[in-house]
Ligand binder design. Structure first.
Ligand code: ASP
Ligand code: MG
Length: 413
């Protein structure tokens, strides 16, 4: 049985006209001989509406009941769409998460999928051409409804594709693919034909607008080929795939940015074992995620420790650090709320030298000072002053040949 999973986001099922378009997309796959599992989100705006409804009834809505409420969003869209399929004479039925079942843990509002009954799904697919599955929801082993976190329908779709060993998983949405950078700040951004799971995970800050990041982790783990495309066009979108050798010939695939960073420097802390642990442990137990960390070489037993957190965590971080100041010997605590992290991303970096030098030269040419540099195998990140964020993205995009006007990205010669 040739199966494809097609996921349609909220804006694709917003109203009757949009769902008609979804009907065309599903029919196309049926004509190609596939059985279709269509995973739907709630109609656009519906999940937000339900959340505010809950808040108007309770100051602190019960998490389990919030999930019962939120699950109705997807219940509505799958019922309506299945009616449309049946009117066309297509054999179809709707399935809610608990009817499959999609088993999850008990973390209401951000549950993780543990297991999917694929036997049941397969036998339902024998009797139907299309199964219309409510995304974003499952149930725990005590039959309580759960939801998977905002954007969770993407993860539902990938998990179903993995469970059914589907040929591929199409994520149809209101953008037409993954871009080399944010087209909103760089008009030269190009749609990528392919990107690896790892690159996509590194692009998280930008990619998250298109795909729930957990779905990419899932796709990587189970080797599900993902096709991100527009519901409203027949153009091919972007394929998310395992790394292939040919992809290494391209040095850089994309430029990501995060304008929501704040920098903190602890000046003159003692340079002795345990100091870093003392600084970062209280931050960790307060749930504050630290991003870049740099420690300078010491002079006379003292050193400077610099790190970044998201701006929304700055006040809380400073409070915690002030409490530690004496104990760690910090002479001063400096902070800068307006910094941005720009990241150059590409699996090609593994096999190329000189990528960092190209990036630094491009920033220098615009007089942009680099505050912190950090690297991983497939990423070079530079922290810059917030006011330079967009300029930095554009010059790096050009420096690595990602601009639309260039026919080919910078390749190995
Ligand atoms: N309806 C849910 C949300 O808005 C899940 C989804 O659309 O993926 O987050
Ligand atoms: Mg979404």
């Amino acid at each position: 049985m040739k199966t494809v999973v097609q996921k349609f986001g909220g804006s694709s099922v917003a109203d009757y006209e949009c769902m008609n378009r979804v009907l065309e997309q599903v029919s196309q796959r049926l004509r190609e001989g596939y059985k279709v599992v269509a995973v739907l989100s709630a109609m656009s705006g519906e999940t937000d509406r339900l959340l505010s409804l809950a808040r108007s009834f309770s100051d602190s809505p019960d998490p389990a009941e919030t999930d019962v409420l939120l699950a109705t969003g997807e219940q509505t869209s799958v019922a309506l769409f299945t009616m449309m399929l049946l009117d066309q004479g297509i054999k179809a039925r709707s399935l809610l998460g608990f009817q499959i079942p999609v088993h999850t843990d008990r973390s209401y509002g951000r549950a993780r999928i543990l297991d999917i009954d694929d036997e049941n799904l397969r036998s339902q697919l024998e009797d139907n051409d299309v199964l219309v599955v409510a995304g974003f929801q499952g149930c725990d082993f005590q039959q309580s409804l759960t939801t998977l976190g905002r954007g969770g329908s993407d993860t539902s779709a990938v998990a179903l594709a993995a469970a059914l060993d589907a040929s591929f998983c199409e994520i149809s949405t209101d953008v037409d693919g993954i871009y080399t950078t944010d087209p909103g700040i760089c008009s030269q951004a190009r749609k990528l034909q392919r990107i690896t799971y790892d690159e996509m995970l590194e692009m998280a800050s930008m990619g998250a607008k298109v795909l729930q990041i957990r779905s990419v982790e899932f796709a990587k783990k189970y080797g599900v080929t993902l096709h991100v495309r527009s519901t409203f066009s027949d153009e091919p979108g972007t394929l998310l795939v395992q790394e292939e050798e040919a992809m290494e010939s391209v040095m850089v695939s994309g430029i990501a940015y995060d304008k929501d960073q704040a920098r903190i420097t602890l000046g003159g802390v003692y340079d002795e074992p345990g100091i870093a642990a003392r600084v970062f442990e209280p931050l960790a137990s307060s749930g504050i995620v630290v991003d870049m960390i740099v420690q300078n070489p010491s002079r006379e037993g003292r050193t400077d420790l610099t790190f970044t957190v998201s701006r929304s965590n700055l006040d809380r971080t400073l409070e915690l650090i002030q409490g530690l100041k004496e104990k760690i010997g910090a002479r001063e605590v400096l902070h800068d709320p307006g910094v941005a992290k720009i990241s150059v991303i590409g699996v090609g970096m593994r096999s190329h030298s000189g990528v960092a030098a190209i990036a630094f030269k491009a920033l220098q040419a615009e007089g942009i000072n680099i505050l912190i540099i950090s690297t991983s195998e497939i990423k070079i990140s530079c922290l810059v002053e917030g006011k330079y964020a967009e300029l930095a993205v554009r010059v790096l995009h050009e420096a690595f040949g990602l601009d639309q006007t260039q026919t080919e990205p910078v390749r190995d010669t």
